[in-house]
Design a binder for this molecule. Structure first.
Ligand code: FAD
Length: 140
């Protein structure tokens, strides 16, 4: 079965920083039921997330996420069919990027140093997947 992979960026609503734990708990709980896998990165008030699974489930999940008032300014970067899951081990992996990551990955720093740069990432959507994969490595 082909897998649909959807990547988007969004902005956390100011004052909602304390909600990230609840967001993750909810994401993992729903995704386990819906056979969705993926990764969520956070940096300086921005999210970058990939969802993958059966198309109808991915689209229903994105629809629910897009109505969540804890974040806004969602911008979908890609939605495409891929032959296999890239984040099969994660109902929803999570990592908050730090200044140390900026130093360690200078090639990617312009895309996340001051939060995820949606316009830059929209112009080069392959970079978003590269970053999600790179930062998921070593987390197991
Ligand atoms: P619960 O998870 O049981 O909600 C618990 C509490 O969270 C509620 O009482 C309320 O205080 C708060 N809450 C829930 N929904 C909202 C809302 N829409 N607006 C404001 N407060 C709310 N869901 C997934 O299923 N998979 C994902 O991968 C996923 N990723 C997310 C990534 C981000 C960046 C964000 C912001 C949300 C994500 N969510 C994800 C959560 C999703 O948006 C819905 O909130 C969730 O699916 C609703 O679950 P629930 O109805 O069981 O509520």
């Amino acid at each position: 079965m082909a897998i649909t992979q959807l990547i988007y960026v969004s902005d956390l609503v100011k004052g909602q920083e304390g909600e990230i734990g609840a967001i993750l708990e909810s994401a993992v709980r729903h995704n386990q039921q819906d056979d969705i896998t993926g990764m969520l990165l956070y940096r300086e008030g921005n999210f970058l997330q990939v969802l993958e699974g059966e198309r109808a489930q991915v689209e229903a999940t994105y629809q629910r996420i897009s109505q969540d008032r804890r974040h806004h300014n969602l911008m979908m970067l890609t939605e495409e069919e891929v032959p296999h899951r890239h984040f099969a081990n994660w109902s929803m992996g999570y990592r908050q990027l730090a200044a140390e990551d900026v130093r360690k990955f200078p090639n990617y720093a312009p895309y996340f140093q001051f939060g995820f740069q949606s316009t830059k990432l929209a112009g080069e959507p392959g970079i978003a997947l590269d970053m999600l994969e790179m930062f998921s490595k070593g987390m197991l």
